[in-house]
Every structure is written in structure tokens, then in C-alpha cells.
Write a protein that binds this ligand. Structure first.
Ligand code: ADP
Ligand code: MG
Length: 350
């Protein structure tokens, strides 16, 4: 008896497309049929017209073993981070997060107390960001823990900021500092390895509080959105830095149909990150370009907004927008120009 129809077996491996190639493939024929679905796939959050304002809608899924490692990630921090990364996507649209729904799937290795600890972090983030937890879903998984958070936010219609609005001659701005989260990850992995080889050696995390915090408990850029509002600046484009500066700059460039040039000497890097990178023999600039998970905001502004922003230490102007035909470039400290690629600048591979 044949139960299934015989079918040609297709064997295209996901890695041949990569994350963004796959998203493009599965969404390219997607048509929005509701007139109030203003913007769908392709930005940090979807946009729904709800009358006076736009509603923002986004989701991020974290899976054990891929996005977090419970050997060193305290569950409370994980809960906090799961909310923060979603709030960050709403910030990237120049919006304010209001509600979240949380889905969890867990294997039978998790205890009630463990899940309660996770929720302590979730509730703390909700309190800090002024967000209400309004629902979710709870189920079991064959192995490991999965956390899926959906977030709703809102933004004034005239303030909404997409990835697609950057214009030639705009300035490229970055909030806070970069590279720390990647170094935090390196430290945690180093100590995990040592611990695995010899469980009697206690992890040495001393003196690395800043980078560990950047990795384990990142903050969404809500304060930057408030400051921009106070300064009366609406960026022309914006994205949050989840995958590294290069990758995000390229997303803005592609969506806006322009090119971006970034100056190495302008990239903001905390002195603790500088020192630790030197100690670990890693280039701090590559940490910033490719590391990811800093959850800072990358945006572009009209040159006429420069005066309003220039004195605020929260923001650093790191480059400018050029014509698409001039490409995406990285100007190194020695003045040499390199194409900006998703893996950083080409010198990394040389
Ligand atoms: P971000 O890093 O800002 O969370 P992603 O890179 O995860 O954004 O996703 C890029 C875009 O693709 C977003 O608009 C997101 O909503 C959309 N997207 C991602 N995965 C899927 C999917 N499986 N189905 C439909 N849309 C998706
Ligand atoms: Mg994002």
C-alpha cells in the first residue's frame, strides 16, 4: 500500500540560500490584501494603519544552542534579552513598544522554578520598557528551550522611519558603542571551554563586566528614540544593529538604493572593548563590523539636522550616504578604501 504519492525529492540545502536568501524566497510572492497593511516583510517591524497612528508589529525567536547557551546565560537575563531584542526592532522604526506576547516551548528538563526565573527577566524588561505582557503560548519541545516574542508598538505617522529612506549626502549615525557584545561572547566561550576541560577551575569573569553585560543583558535603544524626539529629528532611515555594523549598513543601502561609506576612525568603541580586544588579539573594528548583538541603532539624517545632534555624546557620525554607483565603502585609518561586505571589509580575508 502506498500512503504517500511518490514525489521528486528536492534536496536544496538551506545553507545554499542563507537566512536572507531563504526569507526572500518564501516571501517574494507574498501579497498584502488588507488596505491597512501598510508595510509587510523587509523592515524591522511590519506597519499597520490604525487611523491616527501606525501600529508596529514584529517577532523574534530565540532557540537554545543557537541564540543562547544556558551553561552561562542566566534564565533571568535570557528573559530580559528576549524582550529587549523585540523592543529594539520597534525602536528601529522610531516607535514605542506597548505590548508583547510570549511563546515558550520547553523540554522536560526544565523545572517550574527555571521558567519562573525566565519570567522574572521578562517582567523586569516589561517594567523597564513600559510594555505590557498580554498573552502568549506554552508548549513542550522535544529538546531544549525556545522563546518567541511578538511585540506591538506605535509611532506617529509623520515620524515613522523605514530602512528605505536614506538619501545621498545624508549623514550616517550610530548610537552608543559597538563590539562589546561579541567580546562578551568570546569571554564566556573561553571560560566554558576551560571549565569543560577542568570543572575544578572556576570561571574567571572578573573585570569584564561591561562586555558581559552587553552580551547577556543588552538594552533596547528606547532612550535614543526619546532623545531624537526631543531634538526634533526624524531619521531618514534606521535599523537596529543585531548582526554587526556592516550587515546593517548594507541593509539600509539596499533598501534605500544608495551606497554607504563608513570611516574606521569614527566607529565608536568603548575603551574597555579596546583594551580587551588587544588582550585577546582581536581587531575591535572587526568586532564592531561583524560581531553583532550590540542592539545599538544605525540611522541616517539630513545634513540640516547635524547642528541639533552634534553635541550629544549618545550619537556618533560614522560616515555618509553616497550614490549607489559608488558602492558601499570602508575607509581605513591609513586612508585606504575597501568595499564594505557583510563579513566586514575585504582586508579581513586577506
Ligand atoms: P530583524 O533582524 O530586524 O529581526 P530579520 O532579519 O529577522 O529582521 O528579518 C527581515 C525581514 O524578514 C523582517 O521584515 C521579518 O519580518 C521578515 N521575516 C523573517 N522571517 C520570516 C518568515 N519566516 N516569514 C515571513 N517573514 C519573515
Ligand atoms: Mg532589526
Amino acid at each position: 500500500m502506498k500512503i504517500f504519492n511518490e514525489k521528486k525529492i528536492n534536496t536544496t540545502k538551506i545553507e545554499t540560500l542563507g537566512e536572507f536568501g531563504l526569507i526572500e524566497k518564501i516571501t517574494k510572492n507574498n501579497k498584502l490584501i488588507n488596505p491597512n497593511s501598510t508595510f509587510g516583510v523587509g523592515d524591522d517591524a511590519a506597519v499597520v494603519d490604525v487611523g491616527d497612528k501606525y501600529q508596529l508589529f514584529s517577532k523574534d525567536l530565540l532557540t537554545e544552542g543557537v541564540h543562547f547557551d544556558l551553561t552561562y546565560m542566566p534564565l533571568k537575563h535570557l528573559g530580559y534579552k528576549a524582550v529587549a531584542v523585540n523592543v529594539s526592532d520597534v525602536c528601529a522604526m522610531n516607535g514605542v513598544a506597548k505590548q508583547i506576547a510570549v511563546g515558550i516551548a520547553m523540554s522536560n528538563r526544565f523545572t517550574v522554578e527555571a521558567i519562573e526565573e525566565l519570567y522574572e527577566g521578562i517582567y523586569l524588561a516589561c517594567k523597564n520598557y513600559g510594555v505590557d505582557l498580554v498573552g502568549g503560548d506554552t508548549t513542550s519541545s522535544a529538546s531544549g528551550l525556545l522563546i518567541s516574542v511578538s511585540v506591538l508598538g506605535e509611532v506617529e505617522k509623520n515620524k515613522i522611519t523605514y530602512r528605505k529612506g536614506a538619501k545621498k549626502n545624508d549623514l550616517v549615525v550610530c548610537t552608543g558603542d559597538l563590539g562589546g557584545a561579541y567580546l562578551g561572547f568570546q569571554i564566556l566561550n573561553r571560560e566554558k571551554k576551560i571549565f569543560k576541560e577542568n570543572p575544578r577551575i572556576q570561571p574567571d569573569l572578573s573585570g569584564n563586566d561591561y562586555v558581559l553585560r552587553r552580551q547577556l543583558r543588552p538594552e533596547a535603544g528606547t532612550k535614543y528614540i526619546e532623545i531624537l524626539n526631543e531634538l526634533n529629528i526624524t531619521p531618514t532611515s534606521m535599523i537596529d544593529i543585531s548582526d554587526g555594523l556592516s550587515s546593517e549598513a548594507l541593509h539600509i543601502a539596499k533598501s534605500s538604493n544608495i551606497g554607504i561609506t563608513i570611516h574606521e576612525d569614527k566607529i565608536p568603541i568603548d575603551y574597555t572593548v579596546m583594551n580587551l580586544a588587544a588582550e585577546l588579539n582581536i581587531s575591535p573594528i572587526l568586532c564592531a563590523l561583524n560581531g553583532g548583538e550590540d542592539y545599538e541603532l544605525l540611522f541616517t539624517i539630513c545634513q540640516s539636522d547635524y547642528e541639533k545632534l552634534k553635541k550629544d555624546p549618545d550619537f556618533t557620525i560614522i560616515g555618509f550616504v553616497n550614490d549607489k554607483s559608488e558602492g558601499n565603502n570602508f575607509i581605513a585609518n591609513d586612508g585606504s578604501i575597501h568595499p564594505l561586505t557583510a563579513q566586514g571589509w575585504d582586508a579581513m580575508n586577506s
